[in-house]
Design a protein around this ligand. Structure first.
Ligand code: IMP
Length: 193
């Protein structure tokens, strides 16, 4: 089955395809499907933003399956920041600036108070228009300093056990990540529907 991913983010395409292709799904980006719109993420929750993106794309297709996700990092000590603003935290789109800002805000905060989670809301709209919404999480802690070269975004400062997400191989991250957990829930939901 062909699924249009409501993004042109190659990192997301790679991660989601690595999980879904072995199960027989062909995942393509919205631009691969000839859709060139940028949907404003005006929602105040990940779930709202995922729905806004999925619906905008679905309305432009001839009843194609669409999958949209909205994800980000929630840090307990910062009352859930950067949250839905993860991609533009501190008014910049630069990953290193985001990580520097988080580390500055958590400067001096002890390890036990550095708990955080990645969250991924997914909204799947089936060819018949039915909407399936799920939310996956991945619990961790914010490191004292960045480490590792893999991944993207906040991976170098997100500790999953004793390694950062940027230190563990992609296939391992893909088994435990918020996106992986959201996709597992989505597949369960699709199988029981
Ligand atoms: P989105 O594209 O609106 O979902 O924004 C997601 C933002 O959250 C990205 O720009 C990253 O900064 C951050 N993010 C989401 N998932 C991950 C991940 O797996 N690793 C690191 N950062 C992530």
């Amino acid at each position: 089955m062909r699924i249009i991913l409501a993004t042109n983010n190659k990192n997301k395409l790679r991660e989601i395809s690595q999980i879904l292709s072995p199960l027989g799904y062909e995942v393509v980006t919205q631009s691969d499907a000839g859709i060139n719109i940028e949907v404003d993420e005006t929602g105040v929750t990940f779930a709202e933003n995922a729905y806004l993106k999925a619906k905008a794309i679905f309305d432009l297709t001839d009843n194609c399956c669409v999958l949209a996700d909205d994800s980000g990092l929630m840090i307990d000590y910062l009352n859930g920041e950067p949250g839905v603003y993860s991609a533009r935290y501190g008014g910049t789109k630069n990953d290193k600036d985001h990580n520097d800002l988080v580390l500055k805000k958590l400067s001096g905060v002890p390890d036990e108070k550095r708990t955080a989670r990645f969250v991924c809301a997914m909204c799947f709209i089936k060819a018949d228009g039915e909407v399936i919404a799920v939310e996956g999480k991945c619990e961790g802690k914010i490191a004292a300093e960045p480490s590792g070269e893999n991944g993207f975004g906040y991976d170098p400062i997100f500790m999953f056990g004793d390694k950062s997400f940027a230190e563990i191989p992609a296939d391992e991250k893909n088994r435990v990540s918020h996106r992986a957990n959201a996709i597992k829930m989505l597949l369960q939901s699709l199988n029981t529907n």
